[in-house]
Design a protein around this ligand. Structure first.
Ligand SMILES: [Zn+2]
Length: 266
């Protein structure tokens, strides 16, 4: 059954992903930080909300849930079992499998940005379409989320888990940060031709105010420095820019790369 996924813009740069099974007027949304833009799309398209997927507790991902629940009292709200967000009707754990909006989803625990962070992975193994990953604020197009609650090791391991999924899958992250992320990526790897070309395409899209997500995991593997800490050019650049030992492990390189990005204003 074909699935349609479309972005609903919220706040300044959030995307709430709306998932719709073709032929159905019931939809799911991922991380509704605000209810108004969701309700507006549902009204305009004559749709009804059957479920909500929460990746982590931050308000810009959950702030709309209460109001959506008032409009759709039967909505199922999936979210992390060990999280702090209280309005969950179906708490899930790592490797749980769910059937939502015509999709079979697997839960992947990805702590780091927050301790409760999970991602939802749709394999679509019996479909010609590539798989889909809804990863909130863990893996971004060209970057990754800040480490607020976890440790760099946790975040590194979470990103590595995602990096081993099939390269053809599409990555649906929750923010439009791609252009700034790629400017940093270019600073880390000035001679990576894939980064140069991607930044050109992304800048063009942003000039037209088009979304730059989803992206393919294979594109992330070629251009996202946070998935490339084992690559010589990335390591060399981090060692030159940050005061860390030349004997640093890939995790230490990752931690320094994240600190570098935290203070990057280019
Ligand atoms: Zn967040």
């Amino acid at each position: 059954m074909p699935i349609r996924v479309s972005p609903i813009s919220a706040f300044r740069d959030n995307y709430i992903w709306m998932i719709r099974e073709n032929g159905s007027n019931e939809v799911s949304v991922v991380d509704p930080g605000d209810s108004e833009p969701v309700l507006s799309v549902l009204r305009k398209e004559g749709l009804s909300l059957s479920s909500i997927l929460i990746t982590h507790h931050h308000a810009d991902h959950t702030g709309g849930v209460k109001t959506l629940l008032e409009h759709f009292p039967d909505v199922e709200i999936y979210g992390p079992r060990h999280g702090t967000f209280p309005i969950i009707t179906a708490a899930v754990l790592d490797q749980d499998r769910l059937h939502v909006a015509g999709m079979d989803l697997r839960v992947i625990q990805v702590p780091g940005h927050t301790l409760d962070h999970i991602a939802y992975y749709c394999e679509l193994s019996n479909s010609p379409a590539a798989g889909m990953l809804f990863c909130g604020d863990t893996l971004f197009a060209g970057g990754c989320g800040r480490i607020f609650e976890g440790t760099p090791t946790m975040m590194y391991n979470s990103l590595q888990k995602l990096a081993t999924l099939p390269p053809a899958i599409m990555v649906y992250c929750a923010h439009e940060y791609t252009q700034a992320n790629l400017r940093f990526a270019l600073c880390v790897e000035p001679s990576n031709a894939d980064v140069i070309e991607r930044l050109r395409q992304v800048s063009e899209a942003r000039n037209l105010e088009e979304p730059t997500v989803p992206s393919s995991l294979s594109m992330e593997l070629r251009t996202n420095p946070f998935l490339r800490c084992h690559i010589h050019a990335v390591r060399k650049s981090v060692l030159e820019s940050m005061a860390i030992s030349p004997a640093s492990s890939d995790i230490e390189i990752f931690a320094a790369l994240r600190r570098w990005k935290d203070n990057f204003s280019g």
